[in-house]
Design a protein. Sequence first.
Length: 329
Amino acid sequence: MHKAILRTFILVAGVLSVGCMVRAQEDAALDAELKAIAAQHEGKVALFAQNLKTGQTVSLDADVAVKTASTIKMGILLDAAEQIRAGKAKLEEKLVLEHANQVEGSGVLAQLDTPLAVTLKDVLTLMVILSDNTATNMAIDRLGLDQINRTLKAAGLKQTYLYKKVYMPATGPMPADQPKFGLGKTTAREMAGVMRRFAECRLGLDSPAALPGDGPICGTILHMLRNQQDRDDIPRYLESLDTSEHGSAIANKTGALDEVRNDVALIATKNGPVVMAVFTYDNKDQRWTGDNGAQQMIGKLAEMVVKKWSPAGLDAGSFSWEDPLRGRE
């Protein structure tokens, strides 16, 4: 009897070992294909992706510090979630838009008459779905710049930092590298880690235990990200449905400067949820059109990862968007 159990154990171990070897070979091959695509890009690329079901990862310069552009708004969302969880902020609380916070760039709040009362939820929603810079400044004022950075540090992010409000000069003592990075800095691995926190609903940086309200908080944040309007980067070649009617399988936040195109996403696939962060910089193509070369390349990289890890494609219904904790019960 013991010999039979031993033989079974050896057989299972052998199958698992072969499976691990095959997966490692597939991951190495995928790494090589991604590098080949990135090598054709006239600029620099940093990437990190992970399948949260299988544990598979791929990376390209994933720990190199890069300009965030608007992807740093993911860090603001994380702090907002933490403060709401702790009772220090409420989604329904009213904030007043003042003219002093209205800045140029993306969004709609800069075009509206002031003073204007909006909720914190409205501000965060506009900050995400339209990347509204004025809404971002309102969120920073409400949450606190220093507090946001304390949250990022508490989350274990060593190279992610929000330096200032959008389109406003840095104030007070600044890290020496602020002029290099502008609004914020991060790495592909760390920003993918922020998205993973929302996907797994790992809030409560001071205690790992989930609270009853955590799931709905994460669901609210993911709803914003899932309705993000810029679909020209990671979703470009992955999703062809009208997501306004059918619901997207991708929650993402983009960021762009003349020489920068970035995207951070949670992708619901038929083979598990995938978090992905792609940052491009020093880009030769600086056109603000859907034909921008960096955006096309980000789309190709995302398409390749998803095809390798989930040949059957996406499945929006496979992820518990409204409450990620409920999906793990």
